[in-house]
Design a protein around this ligand. Structure first.
Ligand SMILES: [Zn+2]
Length: 241
């Protein structure tokens, strides 16, 4: 009679949990990277919105400076009106003053346009800041959840490994080595049989093999997928067997 079939099933249950946990644990760094990438993207968008406002404000200052220059010029020209001696010089002065007034009008129009642009980019920046605050809060929460899950996984993996070490001595050596071999390639490596069919690959079990499974005197494996086949009835507590 094979020893340790119940323990083998228990080992498989522990290993299934371990594999699932380890897979989740191994995926955590990728999740952290995704979060940090999203955070960078969010900060980059915010920086673009800030830069846009700075640019429009810079354009505004330039237009204001140009306006002041033209206003000063006009004032200077107006002061010269009473000093010109000839008609030609007076005509030229009036033409210069007209040019200055046109320029002033153009700069005033530009300033109005800049004011609108600033209003819009400021609203966009506020929107971007709001979005960034929400994104940061969400990413911080996700990050904390991942850190918490990291700790949970680490503790649970340690607990299961300790449990595995307890179960392991109960499984017969040959059975164990066969189990380890199959487990590397297929999960689950052990199949509980209730009918003449392998539950892992669905291939039928030959009658002779099925009789051997029922006897449970030697390891019987599926001819197709090599999984260990155990009959459900053979899983009585070994202490009573
Ligand atoms: Zn099979």
């Amino acid at each position: 009679m094979l020893q340790g079939l119940t323990q083998l099933l228990e080992l498989q249950r522990v290993d299934d949990e371990l594999v699932a946990l380890q897979t989740e644990y191994d995926g955590l760094p990728g999740q952290r990277e995704r979060i940090e990438a999203e955070r960078s993207e969010c900060e980059a968008q915010l920086a673009v919105a800030k830069q846009a406002l700075q640019d429009t404000e810079g354009g505004m200052r330039q237009a204001e400076g140009a306006l002041q220059d033209q206003e000063a010029l006009l004032q200077k020209l107006e002061g010269q009106q009473f000093q010109v001696k000839s008609n030609d010089a007076y005509t030229a002065l009036l033409s210069e003053m007209d040019h200055a007034r046109e320029a002033i009008s153009e700069h005033e129009t530009k300033i109005l346009e800049h004011m609108e642009a600033i209003e819009q980019t400021r609203a966009e920046l506020e929107e971007a800041e709001k979005r960034a605050a929400e994104t940061r809060a969400r990413l911080d929460a996700e990050r904390r959840a991942i850190d918490a899950r990291d700790e949970e996984c680490t503790a649970e993996i340690a607990r299961l490994q300790a449990l595995r070490a307890e179960v392991l001595p109960g499984v017969e050596g040959e059975l164990l080595s066969h189990y380890e071999r199959v487990a590397k390639r297929r999960r689950p490596p052990v199949i509980l049989v209730r009918e003449e069919r392998c539950g892992g690959c669905r291939v039928g079990i030959p009658p002779q093999s099925f009789i051997e499974i029922l006897r449970a005197e030697a390891i019987v494996t599926c001819g197709n997928c090599s999984r260990i086949l155990i009959h459900a009835d053979k899983l009585e507590p070994p202490a009573g067997a």
